[in-house]
Design a protein around this ligand. Structure first.
Ligand code: SF4
Length: 106
């Protein structure tokens, strides 16, 4: 199936935001699995950097449902787990403006 197939007749049938029946909330165990997958083949952020990023997200107006960034649609815990990932806040990364980051060497 083509990637465009779901857009042909309007909103895709499985759209969580439009269906009114599916939850946008992600259970902790599923979130943990997604984080493990996200750093399987990419460098992981240190525990301190991960915690720092999530602290920034928790105070950000872009955080929705306690899990999701409104600017990129990512689960912030998954994005924050990847060392070389960035914050998509418009004009200025909130992660960078909030303090030190892990050094990115690759
Ligand atoms: S804009 Fe940046 S700080 Fe805000 S929720 Fe998204 S990733 Fe987190």
């Amino acid at each position: 199936m083509s990637r465009q197939a779901g857009l042909a007749g309007g909103a895709p049938a499985g759209c969580k935001g439009c269906s009114g029946t599916a939850s946008v909330h992600v259970p902790p165990e599923k979130l943990e699995r997604l984080i493990q997958m996200a750093v399987q083949n990419r460098p992981a952020a240190s525990d301190d950097e991960y915690a720092r990023r999530l602290a920034v997200c928790s105070g950000c107006q872009g955080l929705q449902y306690g899990t999701t960034c409104r600017y990129c649609g990512c689960l912030v815990a998954v994005r924050a787990s990847q060392r070389d990932a960035g914050c998509p806040y418009p004009l200025q990364s909130r992660w960078e403006s909030a303090g030190p980051q892990d050094a990115v060497t690759s």
